[in-house]
Design a protein around this ligand. Structure first.
Ligand code: ASP
Length: 409
């Protein structure tokens, strides 16, 4: 019978007179592996197995929802994919995304120490495949939960996490419960995985009074402290280290220590004002990194297809003077160009060099110390939900803590 079993089927295995119930994972010539309810994998030698009974087939019904009863305030876990949601496939040794919410929870048995969790998988993708419409779907689901005053943890890939965190920051105003995003650089099957600490810390933050989007990730390379970043102020600064995420142009809003105690710095608390969901986003906003050699043709193509452009300029926020007449034509047409800096740290200042002054004359909007991806999600949100004039007026105004209107350093 076990030959017909598929990974995910519920089974009962008789082994040396003991019955084990769990989820079938794999079977080779020597060993059968099942996953127990508590999340642990059990490897049993085939010679000692007297029977394997199928209890129920793996069913698509289980794909999206699961739950786990534990101690502490209830939290909703929304899976979108990425390394944190993956598990090892014992047949191939490859790391695969968890197919079911229950699989995702099974891989994280420690969560029961801190919370009861309902989990749902809304997406199962690597974050480089995330689309703007996905941000809207995530925002709608999160809004539904926080309206019931339930803290939400979103698991996500690390690569484009800061895009999603800032998109959610704009799309949901005055959240009535915490919205927390976490991820991992190393998958949960690896001894050095950061998934467990990040996720458990994120769940603790989702039980707090946080009233903004927070991102919880390792602060150092050891498992001793997590940073809580504002969703509009962070960047993945390293391709592989566990402490890859840093707050840029601001401090983390808090930390979580090894005992899972939270130490807040400056953060927004739930404020009791009604939560508002903005459920639209403009697809006609682009983000362009300026570089020496950028051709006018490329710029024109880009301009033709977008109603708004965020430029990541050099230094204080410059682009070559060669583009000024095109930029002027574009803004004269009522379209919007905002400028940020590739330097990331510090703010743009178009008053220092002639280039900057010419850019101002051509209608470019300087965006202070806002990160390029944050400016990009912000303009996409603004043009999706407001008319052009309002969008232009709000772009350089601080809405969610995404910019400091005046910096001193
Ligand atoms: N490329 C992956 C992603 O962003 C890496 C990760 O999961 O962290 O989804």
């Amino acid at each position: 019978m076990s030959d017909a079993l598929e990974s995910g089927d519920k089974v009962e295995v008789q082994w040396k007179g003991t019955t084990f119930s769990g989820m079938f994972i794999s079977k080779d010539e020597k060993i059968t592996v099942i996953k127990l309810q508590n999340g642990y994998n059990l490897s049993l030698e085939n010679v000692s197995i007297s029977s394997i009974n199928l209890i129920s087939k793996y069913s698509p019904k289980n794909v999206v929802r699961g739950n786990m009863t534990g101690k502490g305030k209830h939290v909703f876990l929304l899976g979108t994919g990425g390394t944190i949601a993956s598990y090892v496939d014992y047949e191939t040794g490859a790391v695969k995304p968890a197919r079911t919410a229950q699989e995702m929870l099974y891989a994280q048995p420690d969560l029961a120490r801190v919370a009861s969790v309902d989990a749902e998988i809304i997406l199962n993708i690597l974050s480089e495949d995330m689309k703007k419409s996905d941000w809207i779907n995530i925002a709608k689901k999160v809004f539904e939960k926080i309206n019931q005053k339930e803290g939400v943890v979103i698991t996500h890939g690390t690569d484009t996490l800061s895009f999603t965190s800032s998109a959610l920051s704009f799309l949901i105003e005055n959240p009535e419960a915490p919205i927390v995003i976490t991820a991992s650089q190393r998958s949960p099957d690896r001894p050095s995985s950061d998934a467990f600490f990040n996720l458990t810390g994120a769940v603790k933050v989702a039980q707090s009074d946080l009233g903004e989007v927070g991102v919880v990730m390792h602060s150092s390379t050891s498992d001793d402290i997590l940073d809580i970043h504002s969703g509009v102020r962070l960047r993945k600064m390293h391709s592989s280290r566990r402490d890859a995420f840093k707050s840029v142009n601001s401090e983390p809003i808090g930390t979580v220590d090894g005992n899972l105690d939270i130490h807040w710095k400056k953060y927004e608390k739930v404020n009791g004002k009604p939560t508002k969901l903005y459920d639209k986003i403009s697809e006609k906003v682009g983000l362009l990194y300026f570089y020496p050699g950028l051709s006018e043709e490329i710029f024109n193509k880009f301009a033709e297809t977008n109603d708004g452009i965020i430029l990541a300029g050099t230094g204080l926020g410059h682009i070559s003077n060669r583009f000024l007449s095109q930029v002027k034509d574009y803004t004269d047409d009522g379209k919007i160009i905002g400028i940020t800096t590739q330097c990331l740290y510090g703010e743009v200042n178009l008053e220092v060099y002639t280039t900057g002054r010419n850019m101002l004359d051509a209608g470019v909007i300087p965006l202070h110390d806002m990160l390029p991806e944050v400016a990009y999600t912000k303009l996409s949100f603004l043009l999706g939900n407001f008319d052009h004039d309002t969008a232009r007026n709000l772009l350089a105004k601080n809405l969610r803590g995404e910019l400091s209107e005046r910096r001193t350093e």
